[in-house]
Write a protein that binds this ligand. Structure first.
Ligand code: GRF
Length: 186
């Protein structure tokens, strides 16, 4: 299965996928390309492994990405900390072949503007006793697609944003690989 990984940030999730491909956890998966919507550290991780890497303009991302995806016959698009909202045409076309990871227990704390530290702040303010991460299919409604994998953890009284970030990263490293594996074996 050929995958394209879309990134905007540090690329922790991209690195987890690279490692899982390299150590044989994802034997059916090949990372064919990485596409970024801005200058970010994830690009370095990608180039370091000689993966075809594109940096595209945020405003025309959906149209510009299309050509590369079709040419390479990509089977699955993986949004790994990707922050641009894709066009509805793009989502309609690729939605059944596109997954995203989100740092909360969707449908709690999802939607436009809910990303990064903002999610964790909202979780702490809500008084919820648990949080987690979700992997889901992508639809035009932001963070609303069918959930593939989800895992939770308990929130301690003393937890701050940084603690939730650390716990979420740990959960994400497991469920993202699980979801990709599941799809690659279907
Ligand atoms: C994660 O919290 C993920 O859920 C969110 O971006 C963060 C990770 O970014 N969408 P990265 O993989 O380190 O770039």
């Amino acid at each position: 299965m050929k995958i394209a990984v879309f990134v905007s940030g540090g690329g922790t999730n991209l690195q987890n996928i690279i490692d899982a491909v390299e150590d044989g956890t994802l034997p059916n998966v090949e990372i064919s390309m990485v596409m970024a919507d801005r200058d970010c550290y994830a690009i370095e991780r990608s180039l370091d492994k000689d993966i075809r890497t594109y940096v595209l303009d945020r405003k025309t991302f959906s149209e510009d990405a299309e050509h590369n995806l079709e040419e390479e016959e990509i089977d699955l698009i993986v949004l790994a900390g990707f922050l641009t909202i894709l066009s509805s045409e793009f989502t309609e076309k690729w939605g059944s072949k596109m997954i995203n990871i989100h740092p909360s227990l969707l449908p709690r704390f999802g939607g436009k503007g809910m990303y990064g530290a903002k999610v964790h702040k909202a979780v702490l303010e809500s008084g919820d006793k648990e949080s987690g991460a979700s992997v889901h299919y992508v639809t035009a409604g932001v963070d609303e697609g069918q959930i593939i994998c989800q895992e939770s953890f308990a929130i301690e009284e003393s937890d701050e944003v940084a603690d939730l970030q650390r716990k979420v990263a740990e959960v994400e490293s497991k469920i993202f690989i699980e979801a990709i594996k599941q799809i690659s074996e279907a």
